[in-house]
Design a protein around this ligand. Sequence first.
Ligand SMILES: C[S@@+](CC[C@H](N)C(=O)[O-])C[C@H]1O[C@@H](n2cnc3c(N)ncnc32)[C@H](O)[C@@H]1O
Length: 426
Amino acid sequence: MTTDIDISALGVDGDGLARLPDGALLFVPGALPCERVRIAPPNGHAAALLSVLRPSPDRTQPPCPLFGECGGCAVQHLALPAALDWKAGTVVHALERAGFVDPTVIGRVQSPPASRRRVDLAIRRRPDGVAIGLHARRGAVVDLTTCPVLAPALFALLPALRDVARSLGALRQNGDVLINLLDSGPDLLLATDGPLEPSDRAKLAAFARAHHIPRIAWRPVGTTDAPETAAQTGPVHHLFSGTAVAPPPGAFLQPSREGEAAIIAAVLAAVPRKLVRRDTIIELYAGCGTLSFALGEKARLLAFEGQPDAVAALRRATSKTRIVAEQRDLNRQPIMARQIADARAVVLDPPYMGAGAQMAQIVEGRPERVIYVSCNPQALTRDAAGLKTAGYQLDGVTVIDQFLWSAEVEAVCVFSAPPAPRRRIR
Ligand SMILES: C[S@@+](CC[C@H](N)C(=O)[O-])C[C@H]1O[C@@H](n2cnc3c(N)ncnc32)[C@H](O)[C@@H]1O
């Protein structure tokens, strides 16, 4: 039997939420807050949307015909300004859960459509060819025949990539490809379930030449083996705040140029004023230097990163700077409180799981300013809670939506240490 219900909120994954008479929450994918909808009989805590009886003013026509099938986007039926409100709300709640009352949102930035320059796509051999795309909500790969999210130069590669993938002996059934659109052109890290034969290399080299791809690297699918170069037609480079870096295959890159610029601007605005030459900033999880070169203009910078190839790339580019880059697994060997205490600010941009053991050392080191770049509100709650307990105040947060129409959200959170206790003068 169908039921008509009111949707009260949007959950963190983009599903509409309704409160049932017994107080339980019901998840209704595709429904939006303030809507009255007709649903199928619930299956556990979820129910399928049958029709929208009273649409939200924020409901809009999804721009992509693959929406609902492809797992890349969660909320294309929600107008972009409302999606940014929702993401800002998610970040604000994360900080409130950490104990900060009424967090101030000092900035909100949304990347435009067709701006995504980094993507990880699955490859599947099928009887009729090869599909390249994202996983559907239920697992199968949806061939990306159109995409309003990807940068046009990246999307334009896909038809030829399908053709070359189909011709590769190395692609038995499964593979994947991570594409970074660098300043030097598309940089591909291909993984396949069969070994790369000399004939495959020749095909990839011809594909690279034809499409102005400086480098294609390869490794076996499902591994984190160091990739080998399968084809190279020219040098690879990318500018971070005016400094050229040669990122390794598959390097972390902020997903959009606009998002990167917004994160850098928010981080720089939060760096303490009146830094003198001997002042030090510590940067944790530095990658290949997205933030490092901008920070290195403000103070001496100690940059730490766990991935050896990323650190090597960063180091090669730091010769004329005040940046010292070091490889360090910050989970196993965090930067200790006494070193942190000497820094004017700590900037950290941890992976999805958050800063883990490193956070306790930051709290104990009590630097004047902690600038936390978050890509996961749940991890942000955990990590920010320690700062709250230590008496830090939240100066403000900038919310950045660079994974358009998905549930992902990034934020730059600025925390200041409480004033040091006054010393008694006898
Ligand atoms: C979100 S990325 C940020 C990178 C960089 N700040 C940027 O904007 O390009 C997180 C970085 O943390 C690094 N990382 C992940 N786990 C780590 C660990 N245990 N120790 C040190 N670095 C780690 C990753 O290699 C990655 O470069």
